[in-house]
Design a protein around this ligand. Structure first.
Ligand code: SAM
Length: 270
C-alpha cells in the first residue's frame, strides 16, 4: 500500500469534510488507480461520476478520458473542482442531489457508465434510483461499505442474502471486485469498503411482468425472513400462486433463487 494525501491537496479544497454528506475522501493512490483500471474508460464512453468530492477519482479519470460529467451536491466543492480540472479536460458539473438526477434524460438516447465512491448514508437509495434507469446505464462501478457489497452480491442460503441481493441481481449482474481498508480515506470511515460492478441485464431478458408487484413480493418475503413464505406472504400470495410458480410455501425467503421470486411475482395477484 502506498498511502498518500489527497491527490488534490493544496489545490483549493480547504473546507473540512462534511459528515452529513458522507464525505470520506479517497486518499490512497493505489486504490484510485485500481478503481480507474476497473472502470477502464474507453473512447466514446459517456462517463458520469456520482460525488466527485475533491476529485480523487475524477482527475485521474479525466487524464485518461478527457470528457466527464460529475454530480456533486456540495456547493463548496464546485469551484475548486472546476479549477483543478481546467487543464485536464472537459468536466461538466451537475450541482444537484443525485437522487433528483434523471439518468435517462442524461443519457439522451444512449447509455451512460456510472462511477462513484458513494456517500454511504444514501448508498441504497442511490442503487434503487439507478435501477429505475437501468435501461440508460451500461454499467456501474461503485465503492460502498463492504457489508452492503456483501449483501448486494450474496447467494441464496447466505445469512446476508436479502431484499437488496434479490432486487439488484434481478436487474443486474453483480460482481464484488476488491476491498478497500479504512486507512485509504480521509477521514477514515469506521468500516471496510468494497468496490462492486453492476451490469444491468437486457430489460427484455429480465422477465419481470410488473416491477411494483415484484418489489412487493420481495419486500414482504424478507420482511419476516424467519417465517415460512406461506406466513410471510400471507395476503400477498395464495396457495394457488405458490403452486403455479412451482415454489414451496414452507420454504423461507433466504432459500429462494432470484428466478423463484420472479415466477412467484409473475403469477396473478390475489
Ligand atoms: N469521490 C470522492 C472521493 O473518492 O474522494 C468523494 C467521495 S465521498 C465518499 C461522497 C461524495 O458524494 C462527497 O463529495 C459528497 O459531497 C457527495 N454527495 C453526498 N451526497 C450527495 C448527493 N445527494 N448528491 C450528490 N453528491 C452527494
Amino acid at each position: 500500500m502506498n498511502p498518500t494525501h489527497s491527490p488534490r491537496d493544496g489545490a483549493g479544497f480547504h473546507a473540512p469534510p462534511k459528515k452529513s454528506l458522507g464525505q470520506h475522501f479517497l486518499a490512497d493512490r493505489t486504490y484510485v488507480d485500481r478503481i480507474v483500471r476497473a472502470v477502464n474508460p474507453k473512447a466514446g464512453d459517456r462517463l458520469v461520476e456520482i460525488g466527485p468530492g475533491q476529485g480523487a477519482i475524477t482527475l485521474p479519470m479525466l487524464r485518461q478520458h478527457p470528457q466527464l460529467t460529475v454530480i456533486e451536491f456540495d456547493r463548496d466543492l464546485i469551484a475548486p473542482l472546476t479549477e483543478a480540472a481546467a487543464t485536464l479536460g472537459e468536466l461538466t458539473i451537475i450541482h444537484r442531489d443525485v437522487l433528483q438526477v434523471d439518468f435517462t434524460e442524461l443519457a439522451a438516447g444512449t447509455q451512460i457508465r456510472l462511477v462513484g465512491n458513494l456517500p454511504y448514508n444514501i448508498s441504497s437509495p442511490i442503487l434503487f434510483h439507478a435501477l429505475e434507469h437501468a435501461a440508460a446505464i451500461s454499467d456501474m462501478t461503485f465503492m460502498l461499505q463492504k457489508e452492503v457489497v456483501d449483501r448486494m452480491a450474496a447467494a441464496p442460503g447466505s445469512k446476508v442474502y436479502g431484499r437488496l441481493s434479490v432486487m439488484l441481481q434481478a436487474w443486474c449482474e453483480v460482481t464484488s471486485l476488491f476491498v478497500v481498508p479504512p486507512g485509504a480515506f480521509r477521514p477514515p470511515p469506521k468500516v471496510d469498503s468494497a468496490v462492486v460492478r453492476l451490469v444491468p441485464r437486457d430489460p427484455a431478458q429480465v422477465g419481470i411482468n410488473d416491477k411494483a408487484r415484484f418489489a412487493e413480493v420481495v419486500r414482504a418475503a424478507f420482511g419476516q425472513r424467519r417465517k415460512t413464505l406461506r406466513n410471510a406472504l400471507n395476503g400477498v400470495c395464495d396457495a394457488a400462486q405458490f403452486e403455479a410458480a412451482g415454489v414451496r410455501s414452507d420454504a423461507r425467503a433466504e432459500q429462494l433463487e432470484v428466478a423463484d421470486f420472479i415466477r412467484l411475482a409473475n403469477t396473478a395477484p390475489i
